[in-house]
Design a protein around this ligand. Sequence first.
Ligand code: SF4
Length: 638
Amino acid sequence: MGYTVTEKILAAHLVEGELKRGTEIGIRIDQTLTQDATGTMAYLEFEAIGIPRVQTELSVCYVDHNLVQSDFRNADDHRFLQSVARKFGLYFSPPGNGISHQVHLERFGLPGKTLLGSDSHTPTGGGLGMLAIGAGGLDVAMAMAGKPFYLVMPRIYGIKLTGRLAPWVSARDVLLEVLRRLSVKGGVGYVMEYFGPGVAELSVTDRASITNFGAELGATSSLFPSDERTREFLASQGREEGFVELSADPDAVYDQVMELDLASLEPLIACPSSPDNVVPVREVAGRPVAQVLVGSCSNSSLRDLMVVAKTLESREVSRELSFEINPGSRQVLENLTAAGDMLTLVRAGARVHQAGCLGCIGMGQAPPTGTISLRTFPRNFPGRSGTKNDQVYLCSPETAVAAAITGRITDPRELGAYPRFDLPRRYLPGDSRIEPPRDGAEVEIVRGPNIAPFPEFKPLAADWQGRALLKVEDNITTDHIMPAGAKVLPLRSNVPAISAFVYEAVDPEFVKRAREEGPGLVVGGDNYGQGSSREHAALAPRFLGVEVKLVKSFARIHKANLINFGIVPLTFADPADYDKIKLGDLLRIESIRAQIAAGAETLTVAGEGYTFQARLDVSPRHREILLAGGLLNWAQAG
Ligand code: SF4
């Protein structure tokens, strides 16, 4: 039986286990990336592991999230990260240089390599034919220390592309269609692998938009083959020597297959407040718009901004809205400027910002109350924009610019002829601010007063008892658990301080209750922990005394993060038992330590007048980590 591209890359990097679906495997990681919001903690963890220099082929420390310097905190963290990169042998991409995923695609990603990133949109690299996976910061710290990355061998979802996209329809619409069909849970346990004749119709940046947005399917990763278009892209970046061809064997077997005719797609849009709430743009056309943002790691490449600029030639932006451009990278900015398209954007009325995440993570750009904001971003979870009860729609750059012109949601096909333009055969590199690794022996790490030491956690007790500190519904995101935004993100390197905001949007009394009544557990529904890879969504609740999470089902990265911080991730054997638990109930699990050590897959939970079974679906290695009280304790003991 032949191999898919995913299996070929996994086989070439396998260090533990075998490529058997559903079993745990360990793989060698070639490259890592961190962004600042998760990276600051990842480097504190790396320091705690005690390795003097990163052991990967290449590791990059990006600053792209916490760009607003309204006090010393973010500025101090930037200096901390720069000094850490110098000390431990990483590349450093400073603030203003761009979003990690866009810069990594341009300057570092290579087909056939493995990339582990402390950000859930790391699969952007899959556009280049690399296996790029998002994980918690502690997993990335372990990979930087030369340890394998462990994951459950995924199933492979083959998406066969045929045909060619029509004018005004672009890569964003491809994944919106996949989300419409599969939902935000549809990719859980899978790598989404694209194949078929339609692949050749998509550029590497188009492919990267698709693999990036694929994170919203809950997939382990997404990737494309590496072909002539890949070689062209690498050549345009002056990196052709890194090209290798990669495609699935003709007799490769996919666990599922979906066929998608690119020619059949029309402009689509995700309505508030979930990326899978997708309808054709024409169905919501005419709704007034107060803000249009083009940017984010999903859609801020040179192609995306050029299509916007070319559409705006001889047109103006509506005065009824704010139209903002967040370039993906300094390279995008340089090339856009050199091509003259920056002038078009500025003259048309765009507010052009520095390269970075900005409003995508609530770092400014909050929309006005009660208005519609159209964004080319990957997420529209409630409140992520920074405005309560926001109405954020997700769409392509084409649909975004159409709304910017008319002031209303507009099917871009109404604008007439689709603009034609050529991308550079050779990009200006735009990497003058990236610092290469150096010999860090003499470097002192710079720590501002905001950086608190990594908290210590105790090993798992013999018996467990605790109160139900919170009970939540389905599809709770990491934004619900650990909010982001300009107020909270600067506290990322200070666990005691950031923990004061845990579940703030869900239940403002949670923190007080956890402090007074903990330790305890959180009860949840399906797809608990979807969204970003932020490990603070596990670390901060653990700091507050959450030792068990009991839900109907978990999102992959969040479950891994819970284990890494010693929180026991249980699921209801019978989901109907969810209804038995009331807020404040005292629950007990006798001999939890001995049972987990013995490999028990089902634990009996005793509540107030009821008992039920809960499942613990983890690997033997995970059991050791849970007993130790977390991955860091486990690694230090080993
Ligand atoms: Fe940055 Fe938004 Fe991409 Fe996250 S999803 S990396 S916040 S641009």
